[in-house]
Design a protein around this ligand. Structure first.
Ligand SMILES: [Zn+2]
Length: 76
């Protein structure tokens, strides 16, 4: 198995996962020896269920500037 980030070699690692749905305390994952990327079955499942990126649809900026009059406290 090769890393999706850097195409490096991945090896099995045991991770403590007390919230795993099977109830097992330890789970086996794969870790890249180059960049440290860790993937397990849940991460792979979530990546497959991720919706594709919306090409040409930029995320709108939500910017609420704080006005000076509301941010200052009145000392009098
Ligand atoms: Zn990697």
């Amino acid at each position: 198995m090769n890393c999706r980030r850097c195409n490096g070699l991945m090896g099995p690692v045991s991770l403590l996962d007390p919230l795993h749905e099977t109830g097992k305390l330890w789970t086996v994952a794969w870790q890249c020896v180059n960049c440290g990327e860790i993937v397990d079955s849940l991460i792979l499942q979530n990546r497959e269920n991720l919706p594709p990126p919306l090409i040409g649809h930029a995320r709108l900026k939500k910017f609420n500037p704080v006005s000076r009059s509301s941010s200052k406290r009145n000392s009098s």
